[in-house]
Design a protein around this ligand. Sequence first.
Ligand SMILES: [Zn+2]
Length: 106
Amino acid sequence: MHIDYSEYLDQKRPCVICKNDNFELWCRDGEFEVLKCIECELVFVNPCLNQKGLDLVYQGHHNKRVSDKDEWVKRKSMYKIDRDFLIEIINEGSILDCSFIEPIQG
Ligand SMILES: [Zn+2]
């Protein structure tokens, strides 16, 4: 199901780093524009979603992740491949895993 997020876009804002208001279009993805600041070259989505839009994105994202069991099994397998790859190429230190749904034990 495609959701039209255009009604959830906030006002366009100045650059969050240098406060400049001059941008060039860096790319577009549907209703989202990614702008590049002319002064400091920061690239960011502008305008971004308002709180209602963010709630919609993350609620849908979470529900999809937990409801699609086949995708979850594939994702879990992918995480293990990623972990094994990291363990193979890193020969010292630690790996910080920021997953929040189900940690994979090493
Ligand atoms: Zn800037």
